[in-house]
Write a protein that binds this ligand. Sequence first.
Ligand code: FE2
Length: 205
Amino acid sequence: MERRKFVRLAGMSAFAITASGFTLIKENGILKTSCATSTDMLGPFFREGAPRIQDLTYPVSADVLPILVKGRVLGADCQTPLGNIDLDVWHCDHEEEYDMESDDFRCRAKLTTDSEGNYWFKTYIPPPYGGRPKHIHYLIQNIDGYEELVTQLYFKGDRKIKPNNWVKYPWDQKRILDINTNSNGIAEVKLDLYLSPKGKTTNHN
Ligand SMILES: [Fe+2]
């Protein structure tokens, strides 16, 4: 039998802790899953039409090392992988520029998850710009049964990440990632993305 425990907080929110481990949150009458990835700004630099590539690197000086960015896209129960899901990713180049015009679509890609919900791409860690920390943008849209997800990835140790500036809330911490070295000697970060069911908008993870 599924075990549920309800706690009422300040008359506004309620939690239902289920046997499967995730938390349902009811806030202002809207149900949310606790694992859903928190949202972030879309920003002014998204472009439709990015190429379906996984290698976003381009010729730069040899001392700039690539990084592998990978993760999974998962559903509302916080564990079911979502295969064949399209994601847009984009970031600025090493000169702090977003490619808004060229056919190269530099530092932009449309990715598709495999049957296990996995995605990956190879790129460079973008520089900070305009007072913002280093970041990579994500957009997942037009998925049946799920809300659009607009979010950003950050890097742990970035001194531009300060309390109450760009990454404000405890649930945003899951998007500030450690850089690890994988078994092939390549730096990598891992960001799993949890979609929110349609009509149950969330801002928590
Ligand atoms: Fe940006």
